[in-house]
Ligand binder design. Sequence first.
Ligand SMILES: CC(C)(COP(=O)(O)OP(=O)(O)OC[C@H]1O[C@@H](n2cnc3c(N)ncnc32)[C@H](O)[C@@H]1OP(=O)(O)O)[C@@H](O)C(=O)NCCC(=O)NCCS
Length: 170
Amino acid sequence: MLGTQIRPARADDEERITRFLRGLSLHTQTLRFFTGVATPATVLVRTLLALDERRDALVATMNGEIVGHAMSYRGDGADVEIAVVVTDEWQGFGLGPKLVDALLLRAAVRGATTVGMDVLGENRRVLKLIRRLWPDAKMKVTSGSVEVTAMIDQAAVFAEQGSGGTPLTA
Ligand SMILES: CC(C)(COP(=O)(O)OP(=O)(O)OC[C@H]1O[C@@H](n2cnc3c(N)ncnc32)[C@H](O)[C@@H]1OP(=O)(O)O)[C@@H](O)C(=O)NCCC(=O)NCCS
């Protein structure tokens, strides 16, 4: 996608990520965070930007503003749990899957082989996306949400990166 860049989150992204969260529709906020985040707490903002041995975070930017965010953290069940959100205006252009691919490549390099995702049962769009990305994913339904677990297809993520399919500059 011309003009969109994917890069690791940085500590100096606090104001940008706050603007990004405020700009999400309540529907998108709820699908991602299971609640509204129009007035994001500092602890949430910092968690979204944290990169350490347990956490990774990527942002997609357009003209310097954040239009997408994806994060992974070491999970209990799967090796990494991931979550992703794209601003309403940019949904439907393939940015979400690009963020997920880039995140999984980085997780696979660190040795992760399984990925988990918690999804609201009503989130048909992302459930469909998951079935397309990970056809063999296991889905466990628990009180309104779906716990998805899948194998990271290492061959696919590395090949995609090698072919330039998921460049860090998209
Ligand atoms: C889920 C999400 C990250 C996907 O990112 P994306 O960049 O929109 O992904 P895509 O462009 O590949 O679109 C995914 C599907 O949604 C559809 N879609 C996207 N925006 C749409 C819209 N506004 N109206 C209808 N369909 C839409 C696309 O057509 C595509 O369907 P397809 O698989 O039949 O082609 C993004 O929609 C989002 O941020 N949703 C809210 C947060 C969320 O649900 N996060 C996941 C739980 S952590």
